[in-house]
Design a binder for this molecule. Structure first.
Ligand code: ADP
Ligand code: ASP
Ligand code: MG
Length: 403
């Protein structure tokens, strides 16, 4: 069997953990399997590097940031190969350049395009464990790129697809995918399995346990994932194609504090206004979410939406620049301390009343809803950030998702 095993930052945070991971990989190797290991940077090293950069130049070029961040993963793979070697097993570490993992050019948010499997195959055929840097790639200029925070999961899935692996295991610091972040909702329950679509929604809505693009890619290439703990041998969660007859009404609750709310007030009430507004934002690569256009009041109307925190300043600058001239609005309001709480479940499609039940739970908890958005298998509400945890807990309880 060819097995891809990915270990996140906490799983390789120190010497003891590195040896723990090395031993788990060696077990598979000794059983005769081919083992490809994908690693994140040790512990919080990516944050440490980002702080160092900010201290030197808060407006550092993204190319240089990626050059810096890729050192985090490079450190962990080299140390891992050394640990395996010290345990008597041949291992080789490879970075994105050495493998040749080609990505698009956008530094900080690149997408994988093509992985060259030749070098990896060569090393595997020579019975080495291959330890590969997660999160990074190279672009057409031969510069390093990164795939966005949490992107090592995507590297692992892409490698599993490119190598046609028999298994892709994502090891982390919790036992699997839970009905809510177990650090926010202590009585959350571990799911034994979840569909790609549900996992994709949860990951996109703030459940950081998997990078959303890794789930997108797993679905596209039919890579079945297992999410489990690197610290114990408990069974994890299988992420796979939908095959259950009975769909879960609600399979999980996700919380996302990385949101900022904008209200653009007093816009002209005529065709083309929404187009102009979102066109300006798109031109500056600002992704918007939860769009709401208010009921018109006479000559004017309001439009509100959310963006991620890193985009808030660019969004504000863009809106201010165009506020008087092309948009002609009266006022732009930005609120940073908001959070999005969402429920996800494939069974919602055929069950009316799910949204009402969520709103009732929030009402009972005395939590006000600022904005609502829905899809076929999701309901999201925007609330004050200070209520993020009680809201997640209240909604989780209302749907009896606890253990
Ligand atoms: P890694 O470094 O292994 O990639 P991450 O920190 O990226 O780990 O992801 C694991 C974390 O995801 C957990 O510690 C947990 O707090 C968080 N998390 C958020 N939502 C969920 C969920 N629904 N199920 C499990 N973990 C979740
Ligand atoms: N080290 C990177 C990060 O912290 C990538 C990852 O861990 O997946 O975002
Ligand atoms: Mg992660």
């Amino acid at each position: 069997m060819l097995i891809v095993k990915k270990f996140g930052g906490t799983s390789v945070a120190n010497k003891e953990r590195i040896f723990n991971v090395a031993k788990r990989c060696i077990e598979d190797y000794r059983e005769g399997h081919q083992v490809v290991v994908v690693l994140s940077a040790m512990g919080k090293q990516t944050d440490v590097l980002l702080d160092m950069a900010k201290d030197i130049n808060p407006k550092a070029h993204k190319r240089e940031l990626d050059m810096l961040l890729t050192t985090g993963e490079q450190t962990s793979v080299a140390l891992m190969a050394m640990a395996m070697d010290s345990l008597g097993v041949p291992a080789v570490s490879l970075n994105a350049f050495q493998v040749a993992m080609h990505t698009t050019s956008d530094y900080g948010n690149a997408r994988l395009r093509k992985i060259d499997a030749k070098r990896i195959r060569y090393e595997l055929d020579n019975r080495r464990i291959v330890v590969i840097t997660g999160f990074q790639g190279i672009n057409k200029y031969n510069d390093y790129t990164t795939l966005g925070r949490g992107g090592s999961d995507t590297t692992a899935v892409a490698l599993a697809a490119a190598l046609n692996a028999d298994a892709c295991e994502i090891y982390t610091d919790v036992d699997g995918v839970f009905t809510a972040d177990p650090r926010v909702v202590p009585n959350a329950r571990k799911l034994s399995e979840i569909t790609y679509d549900e996992m994709l929604e949860l990951a996109s809505l703030g459940a950081g346990v998997l990078h959303n693009r890794s789930v997108e890619m797993a679905k596209k290439y039919g890579v079945q994932l297992v999410v489990r703990s690197s610290l114990n041998t408990n069974e994890g969660t299988v992420v796979k194609e939908d095959n259950k007859m009975e769909k879960m009404l609600v399979s999980g609750v996700a919380t996302d504090k990385n949101v900022v709310h904008f209200a653009v007030e007093g816009l002209e009430n005529k065709p083309g206004v929404a187009f102009k507004l979102f066109h300006h934002l798109a031109n500056h690569n600002v992704n918007v979410d939860m769009i709401l256009q208010s009921v018109e009041h006479g000559e004017s109307q309001d439009i509100s939406f959310t963006v991620t925190e890193d985009m808030a300043d660019i969004a504000m600058e863009t809106l201010e620049r165009h506020g008087d001239t092309s948009l002609k609005c009266d006022n732009i309001k930005m609120v940073k301390d908001v959070a999005k709480v969402s429920i996800v479940g494939a069974g919602m499609m055929s069950n009316p009343g799910v949204a009402a039940k969520m709103f009732e739970a929030l009402y009972d908890a005395g939590i006000n809803i600022r904005q609502i958005s829905t899809s076929e298998i999701r309901v999201s509400v925007l609330i004050d950030e200070k209520y993020a945890e009680p809201a997640a807990q209240a909604v989780h309880d209302a749907f009896s998702l606890e253990e």
